[in-house]
Design a protein around this ligand. Structure first.
Ligand SMILES: [Zn+2]
Ligand SMILES: [Zn+2]
Length: 150
């Protein structure tokens, strides 16, 4: 994973007035390096497995802070009922599988104008946005087709 990306995000955090502690940087790096849209528990368990001494409470607190910087986005999955997190330094849309819950990033659609268009049209001060398509992932399409359920 590009160190540049981490430095860029850390700089953004500093400019927004947040202290950059080693733990905060660790969790931010994790989110930048993983496109898996993990839950807080998943982040915590992975960091434990790497012998990083970060408590689950610190993971939650750090994520709350990162959400405020808008570097990180929360995605509530209807499939597993859990909240997932995603590095959103580069806007992208999400495709969510309604069968297995897999969340995949889509980057070939330019979302950069959406906040401005929405602000102009609605008069809202736009603070966050997300675009999601829902359906069946390729694996689930295959599985369901084999079982004659598609
Ligand atoms: Zn699926
Ligand atoms: Zn994403």
């Amino acid at each position: 994973m590009a160190t540049n990306e981490i430095e860029h995000a850390v700089e953004h955090m500093r400019e927004a007035g947040y202290k950059v502690t080693p733990q905060r940087k660790e969790i931010l790096s994790y989110l930048i390096g993983h496109e898996t849209h993990p839950t807080a528990e998943m982040i915590y368990q992975d960091l434990q497995a790497q012998d990083k001494n970060i408590s689950l409470a610190t993971v939650y607190n750090t994520i709350e802070m990162l959400l405020k910087t808008r570097l990180v986005l929360a995605i509530d999955s209807e499939t597993d009922g859990k909240r997932h997190y995603d590095y959103f330094g580069h806007p992208h849309y999400h495709a969510i599988c309604t069968n297995c819950g897999r969340i995949v990033d889509g980057t070939e659609f330019d979302l950069s104008n959406l906040p401005n268009i929405a602000a102009n049209e609605t008069g809202y001060l736009v603070k966050a946005y997300e675009v999601t398509v829902k359906g069946l992932c390729p694996e689930c399409q295959l599985k369901l087709a084999e079982n004659g359920e598609l």
